[in-house]
Design a protein around this ligand. Sequence first.
Ligand SMILES: [Zn+2]
Length: 163
Amino acid sequence: MARPLVLDTSALLAGRPLGPGEDTLVPEAVSAELRPGGRDRRHLDLLLAAGARLVEADPALRAKVRAEAQVGGEAGRLSAADVDVLAVALGVGGEVATDDYTVQNLARRLGVPVRAVAQQGIASEYRFVPRCTGCRRILEAPAEECPVCGSPVRMVKDRAFRS
Ligand SMILES: [Zn+2]
């Protein structure tokens, strides 16, 4: 049995399909970030219908992730959902699917394997997504300013869709 795969918001945005026999977990906090009725919310509902599971992170593991983020100076760039993705992966011995650079770095330091969504080969064409010029977070919807760090947001080619 492969490691459980924990999806973050960038993995959901990329429309990653559920692999056959794959145990796919979505933290509650990721679900809570999605706009009700939005495309990403509908995609999550499809994943859940296909067998993915919504899970709650262990508070002790959340604290461990936050402590490591403090050490690395990344605490201000982590959303509650980012923290829970890592905490859930730690709890189940899982692998994280994310294109978020901050989450990838933190995962490596915590010993959590990372699978980049961009390496999935799920699509061969570009699409454009809103990305913060400061923390480089990909936002769910276009905005003037990043809701996390306040930097300007630009539309960029989505790395997740590079062939
Ligand atoms: Zn930002």
